[in-house]
Ligand binder design. Structure first.
Ligand code: ADP
Length: 492
């Protein structure tokens, strides 16, 4: 642009120069003659012709030099080598001025280019730092939102985009309230902005309401969040450059902590019941309330039963927590399930006989084996058979059978009874810790832990399945499967 402008000026200057020279030549001719009017006229005409010729000659000459100058200026290599001393006298000053202005222009261009290069390097560094930060943020499980002092979202990670269902790119520079679709949380962040100090860091517990599924969004369940809102440093010292909000989902931790509290209160309750009973009978014995031998024996028997129940409770609780904590010692071997079923039936036969219950093992001549911990599997079969006997009225029938389930490549054990059955609402709950059907509590004593332990042994330790189908008044069929090969061995 500047060079073009300079060339325009040069052309104008050349035009003026040409005109001046022709009038100078004419004046000289006219002034020098001093003759008659005709002569003057001829002389004038001649002078004008000479003047025109001179103007033309000088004009062509200047034009040529200017064209050379123009070409030289347009080529950066020759432009830098412009030498005023080589130019005709008439153009020397002009070329000198152009050369100087060109040199200044070149210097300025060079400085601008170097500034541009520096800015480009800075831009690339900033870009790569931003990419690094984004990679780090996306690697986190917590949702992260970064807002500027105008409360606009300037950065967020993928967990945040998933949580709030927004497109990362589309949300940048949107007001936080528009981006989040969560009024309470947006207000929380906005208020934090209003009162933020440079070293601010606050923790807030937040229950995010659930959202039902719509055709556009998959919805989400209500969840507990531990939110940290911290100030980011601003450009000047003491100023706040924005806020970073980190949302950590603590729903599971809350549930576990609630479960622990419930478990402790349930355990204390369950332990207290047999303990109080033992205490009461011991006190009666001490006070001499059992007058004869028969009463004393009856009290001793009750105390023994309660102590046994206490022992079972503690054993079951320890076994369950060991499995849950993953510290249980599993001793796997090729287990003969027919033998286990027969052993369990033999152990339970006396109790079945007390109620005149027919307890049979339907095993057949085949051998059914799987990789399992023998003692644990025996414990599962004993728990199921013991329940079947407990919750089956007198003269009922309990059948234990073993077969192969080819579909799941497992051994399938079933314990079917003709007992009370389980109401549909309770079917899902009987495997929960300490769950006991209210109406059956008078039917038999129990801990409410037998089925939960069975489920842990089958599903957690052996990766099998456990289930029940039942009809009230008709009986129940509890079953479990154990894969032929345990995972580690199958993979080897
Ligand atoms: P419990 O020691 O009370 O038997 P379990 O965990 O073994 O504890 O069983 C939980 C509850 O499931 C029992 O209290 C009972 O209410 C119900 N239940 C278990 N087995 C049967 C069954 N065969 N028939 C009917 N109800 C059963």
């Amino acid at each position: 642009m500047k060079i073009g402008k300079t060339l325009g000026l040069i052309s104008t200057a050349a035009g003026l120069l040409g005109g001046a020279m022709s009038s100078y030549a004419a004046t000289r001719l006219v002034g020098g003659a001093g003759v008659s009017g005709a002569a003057i006229a001829i002389g004038g005409a001649l002078g004008a012709a000479v003047s025109a010729l001179a103007t033309l000659t000088v004009g062509v000459f200047i034009d040529k030099r200017l064209n050379t100058l123009k070409r030289a200026l347009l080529d950066p290599e020759t432009a830098s080598a412009l030498n005023p001393s080589g130019a005709p006298t008439i153009l020397r000053q002009l070329v000198a001025a152009i050369a100087e202005s060109h040199a200044a222009l070149s210097r300025e261009t060079e400085q601008a280019l170097s500034r541009l290069r520096e800015m480009e390097i800075r831009r690339r560094i900033a870009e790569s730092q931003r990419e690094q930060i984004e990679t780090i943020l996306n690697g986190l499980r917590d949702a992260v939102l970064v807002t500027d002092p105008f409360k606009e979202l300037i950065m967020a990670n993928e967990p945040a985009a998933r949580l709030f269902g927004f497109e990362l790119e589309a949300c940048v520079h949107k007001p936080i309230g528009d981006a989040l679709n969560d009024e309470a949380l947006s207000r929380l962040i906005e208020q934090a902005h209003d009162s933020a100090t440079p070293s601010d860091r606050r923790h807030v517990e937040y229950l995010m309401p659930g959202q039902s599924t719509t055709p556009d969004s998959p919805g989400r369940p209500a969840a507990h969040y531990d939110i940290t809102i911290a100030s980011l440093p601003g450009q000047t010292s003491g100023s706040v450059g924005g806020l970073v909000t980190i949302l950590r989902d603590v729903t599971r931790e809350k549930e576990i902590s609630q479960m622990k509290t419930d478990f402790v209160s349930q355990v204390s309750h369950e332990l207290r019941t047999p303990l109080s009973s033992i205490n009461a009978y011991v006190e009666m014995l001490v006070d001499g309330e059992a007058k004869d031998e028969a009463s004393r024996n009856e009290f001793y028997q009750i105390i023994k039963n309660e102590a046994d129940r206490l022992g079972r409770l503690i054993d079951n609780m320890l076994n369950i927590s060991r499995i849950e904590a993953g510290i249980v010692k599993v001793e796997r071997s090729e287990v003969d399930f027919v033998k286990i079923v027969r052993d369990a039936v033999e152990v339970m036969q006396p109790q079945a006989m007390l109620k005149n219950i027919t307890l049979i093992a339907k095993t057949g001549p085949m051998v059914y084996t799987a990789q399992a911990d023998r003692d644990m599997i025996l414990q599962v079969v004993l728990n199921l058979v013991s329940n079947a006997v407990k919750y089956t009225p007198e003269n009922g029938r309990v059948t234990v059978s073993v077969e192969n389930d080819d579909a799941t490549r497992s051994v399938l054990v079933s314990v079917a009874d003709t007992g009370l059955g389980i109401p549909p609402d309770d079917v899902e709950k009987v495997f929960e810790k300490f769950y006991r059907i209210d109406n059956y509590k008078r039917v038999a004593k129990g801990t409410g832990l037998g089925l939960n332990l069975a489920r842990h042994i089958v599903e957690t330790v052996h990766k099998g399945q456990v289930g029940v189908s039942s009809k009230v008044g008709m009986g129940s069929r509890f079953w479990f499967t154990i894969p032929f090969e345990h995972e580690g061995r199958a993979a080897a």
